[in-house]
Design a protein around this ligand. Structure first.
Ligand code: E4P
Length: 218
């Protein structure tokens, strides 16, 4: 399973990239606004740090303008992945961009039928938003399981499932069991994957016992 990080904070990206756990980055207009950075400058900085796909979202609503925006974003780096919304216009843009060999991440997916359309349009990634479904009382992970099953029914569909709107370590555990290809994690969730209270307790006990030996390793 690949891990992308869901942030536009360049310092967080640099720090986590050093762990070699970061296979890519996803941004969205809200994350860019929160960063306060210039969009294209920031994308260039992220692409210098991370060699995997870096999602850059278009903001137009019609396919023609989406393609014009994509044309302004793709020259930034070879690993730019154009992110488009799951609308008919977005699907048209997806077809055109994937036919030209560009990676496309189709975002704001909330149903299995939407995921099927994105795959037929040639998307490299489909981003189902599990947390936002959970927020309205619908189990987001059921959607991941449905998409996995549908895509596996049709081997010609090569779109990868990119679990988005991740809120907890449980989302990652469940997505990995289902066989999602990628998850995009907020930095805090990625860090929390390494934490376990029994690890902390066990380490404290080992260090305490080690001190009693009076020894030093180096
Ligand atoms: C991913 O591509 C999305 O930008 C992101 O996961 C949305 O997460 P949120 O629902 O926590 O805003």
């Amino acid at each position: 399973m690949q891990f992308f990080i869901d942030t536009a904070d360049i310092e967080e990206i640099r720090d986590l990239a050093a762990t070699a756990m970061v296979d890519g980055v996803t941004t969205n207009p809200s994350l860019i606004a929160k960063s306060g950075a210039d969009f294209k400058t920031l994308l260039a900085q992220i692409c210098e740090v991370v060699s995997g796909p870096v999602s850059a979202e278009v903001t137009a609503l019609d396919a023609e303008t989406m393609l014009a925006e994509a044309a302004a974003l793709t020259p930034i780096a070879a690993n730019i992945c154009i992110k488009v919304p799951l609308t008919w216009e977005g699907l048209k843009a997806t077809r055109a961009l994937s036919d030209k060999g560009h990676m496309v991440n189709v975002t704001l997916c909330f149903s299995a039928n939407q995921a099927l359309l994105a795959a037929k349009a040639g998307a490299r990634y489909i981003s189902p938003f599990v947390g936002r479904l959970d927020d309205i009382g619908i189990n987001g992970m059921d959607l991941i399981a449905d998409i996995r099953r549908i895509y596996d029914n049709y081997p010609a569909l090569t779109t990868e499932i990119l679990v988005a709107s991740v809120r907890s370590p449980e989302h990652i555990h469940d997505a990995a069991l289902i066989g999602a290809d990628v998850a995009t994690l907020p930095p805090a969730v990625l860090r929390s994957l390494a934490a376990h209270p029994l690890t902390d307790k066990g380490l404290a006990a080992f260090l305490s016992d080690w001190q009693k030996t009076g020894q030093s390793i180096k």
